[in-house]
Design a protein around this ligand. Structure first.
Ligand SMILES: Cc1cc2nc3c(=O)[nH]c(=O)nc-3n(C[C@H](O)[C@H](O)[C@H](O)COP(=O)(O)OP(=O)(O)OC[C@H]3O[C@@H](n4cnc5c(N)ncnc54)[C@H](O)[C@@H]3O)c2cc1C
Length: 188
């Protein structure tokens, strides 16, 4: 074990390095207001329940998006595919203009869905819990749109990646589905 690993007070860098090894799908949160439609890249997104369908996103309290989503009371979570790295970079540039026009998001629906996303979930905010640096925004899902099947964009070790199926992976997936269903039943 390295000195760093047994340090009595947890070094922040060690915490960060551990979480860089946690691979996440990349999403862009989109929301509309008086200034049009904007997006913010986020990986801190998780499913909370299927019945009723709820999810949670963690948004930095210093990010513009936090207040704008809470004020709007509704937003969309768009799960990106592997060809959407540019969009992720655009929507994660600190202080950058993250306006998305009608070529990127669909202006006609109830939610500003990204046209080419793997999947989009339109939600309304039901709770906001304040953490030290981030707000945990809990939302109920009103609409889901599934896009064309393609490999996802994944963030791992600070770089963009995608996934590959391991040999026999097709047999693991149904087992996971069953575990996930059991977990949801046990919470509902
Ligand atoms: C793969 C990936 C995943 C991410 N996941 C999340 C996530 O789950 N949750 C989350 O909250 N963030 C996440 N981020 C970061 C987030 O996308 C960015 O912080 C984004 O810029 C926020 O957009 P905004 O317009 O809401 O806020 P911004 O206005 O861009 O502000 C974001 C931060 O940058 C600072 N800032 C503003 N202007 C400047 C400037 N000119 N120069 C330097 N700093 C400035 C602000 O004070 C604030 O701290 C992720 C980024 C990446 C790349």
């Amino acid at each position: 074990m390295s000195v760093e690993e047994v340090h009595p007070t947890l070094p922040i860098d060690l915490f960060r390095r551990a979480f860089r090894r946690y691979a996440n799908g990349v999403t862009v949160l989109t929301y509309s207001g008086a200034a049009g439609t904007h997006g913010m890249t986020a990986t801190s997104v998780c499913s909370l329940a299927a019945q009723p369908p709820q999810l949670m996103v963690c948004v930095n309290r210093a990010a513009r998006t936090r207040d704008l989503i809470v004020e709007a009371g509704r937003f969309a979570v768009n799960i990106l595919n592997e060809s959407q790295r540019d969009l992720s970079e655009l929507c994660s540039t600190a202080g950058g203009d993250k306006a998305l026009d009608a070529s990127v998001t669909d202006p006609d629906g109830a939610f500003p869905f990204i046209r080419t996303a793997l999947a989009s979930l339109g939600c309304h905010v039901i709770q906001v819990h304040e953490g030290v640096t981030h707000s945990m925004i809990v939302a109920e899902v009103d609409e889901v749109r599934l896009g064309r099947q393609s490999p996802p964009l994944v963030y791992f070790e600070g770089t963009y990646n995608t996934v590959r199926t391991l040999p026999g992976g097709g047999q693991v997936a149904p087992m996971y589905e069953q575990l996930f269903d059991d977990m949801i039943r046990s919470y509902s």
